[in-house]
Ligand binder design. Structure first.
Ligand code: PLP
Length: 411
């Protein structure tokens, strides 16, 4: 009997090993064979894998104790009163805007340079995204452009801490207060970013985070809403789970499980226990991951600053910029334009990207967004910018390869 069981177990183990080997192959073919420097490599540790396996042993695979713990730890890390986990960053923005009552006819000012999710979340509420220009130097939303875009319909400002660099929050707060506007921060790039010891996302009414694989830490897919308002936290908690007034654990521990109400239909934006466990494990390493990003960005800048026709991101005090991305600008005087540099780097096996194509350039947004000002900086930045390969554990050798290639392209 025991022998039979053992045989069966060995067979299962063999099958699992085979499957793991197949997975490894899949990872290898993800990158082009010619890739010498990948754009991004996620940082997944042995303990990350262990906690994921442990979470799979749980009877409650979603909306359970790991999520509660992750929320508590994230609130502690960001210094916010409440943190509510959701299925991704877009869901966090969508629920934040819903919690603040944004609706058709309202206008929300967002930067022209951001990921499309910022605009989409506004559109999901029925409100209109109004595109503001960005500063030429740090690519964050411009204060002058915010002021130009305020109308009688404006209800909120939604700044994005692009690439991990904090926006001018005290000035934006003043504009919001003076014009009686709500303030939501898109902190998808800004885990760990602080200004005067205050974490990004705690300056306005709500802060929204993404834990997508390339972000400063990851739950694969995942997001978080932070706020100091009990009402907002309760709304998001209910709306992420179909609008139910009671959580799964609460329904099974007290009274009748079916004894809940729906005061407003919600969504399925839940964050499961596997992702929450991974988030908890990654959160423990966030400061070390961000320090590695900081050092890698300094290394790039030290070399690339020597080329006057290349603009490197400013090296700010450690916490004001957490280098989610490393974006350079290539001026005309370099002799090769951005597209030419892109092509050459690609040919050399170096993966580069662009963050982001300005929103006003997308055909689908032409009739859905508005702007009352000019978007000159965003246009200029679009022509010049290039995101270099960048991740916490990027080897110096790989950075050298990128730096030397760029140096050689100078005419
Ligand atoms: C600036 C910005 N906002 C929002 C999001 C949306 O996050 P998610 O992909 O987790 O939905 C992203 C994600 O990539 C982003 O970069």
């Amino acid at each position: 009997m025991l022998k039979k069981k053992l045989k069966k177990w060995i067979l299962i183990e063999r099958k699992n090993t085979k499957q793991i080997q197949m997975t490894k192959k899949t990872i290898d073919v993800f990158h082009n064979k010619k890739t010498r420097v990948p754009f991004f490599v996620p940082d997944i540790s042995k303990s990350d894998k262990l906690v994921v396996m442990n979470a799979l042993n749980s009877r409650m695979l979603t909306d359970g104790p790991q999520l509660r713990k992750f929320e508590q730890e994230f609130a502690k890390y960001t210094g916010s009163k409440y943190a509510v986990g959701v299925s991704n960053g877009t869901a966090s923005l969508h629920l934040a805007l819903k919690a603040l009552g944004l609706k058709k006819g309202d206008e929300v000012i967002i930067p022209d340079i951001t990921f499309v999710a910022t605009a989409n979340s506004v559109l999901l509420t029925g409100a209109t995204p109004v595109l503001a220009d960005v500063n030429y130097n740090d690519m964050n939303i411009s204060l002058d452009s915010i002021k130009q875009n305020i109308t009688s319909k404006t209800k909120a400002i939604l700044p994005v801490h692009l690439a991990g660099k904090i926006c001018k929050m005290s000035e934006i707060k003043k504009i919001a207060k003076k014009n009686n506007l709500l303030l939501i921060e898109d902190c998808a790039h800004a885990i760990g970013t602080k200004l005067n010891n205050k974490h990004a996302g705690t300056f306005g009414d709500i802060g929204c985070f993404s834990f997508y694989p390339t972000k400063n830490f990851t739950t694969i897919e995942g997001g978080m809403v932070i706020t100091s308002s009990k009402r907002i936290a309760e709304y998001v908690t209910s709306a992420r789970s179909h609008g139910l007034t009671r959580s799964l654990a609460n329904r099974y521990s007290k009274g009748k499980p079916w004894d809940y109400d729906i005061s407003e239909p919600g969504f399925n934006y839940r964050l499961d226990e596997i992702r929450s466990s991974l988030g908890l494990s990654q959160l423990k390493r966030i400061d070390s991951l961000n320090s590695k990003r900081f050092l890698a960005s300094k290394y790039y800048s030290k070399q690339l600053e020597k080329i006057p026709e290349i603009i490197t991101p400013e090296i700010f005090r450690k916490k004001e910029h957490t280098y989610h991305l490393y974006i350079i600008r290539i001026k005309n005087e370099f002799g090769q334009n951005r597209d030419q540099v892109f092509k050459k780097l690609k040919k050399a096996g170096i993966e580069v990207s662009l963050h982001y194509k300005p929103l006003h350039r997308f055909s689908g947004y032409k009739n859905l967004t508005k702007t009352y000002g000019k978007l000159d900086n965003s246009e200029q930045i679009y022509k010049e910018s290039l995101s270099l390969p960048f991740y916490p554990a990027i080897p110096k050798k790989q950075q050298d390869l990128v730096i030397n290639n760029i140096k050689n392209y100078r005419v």
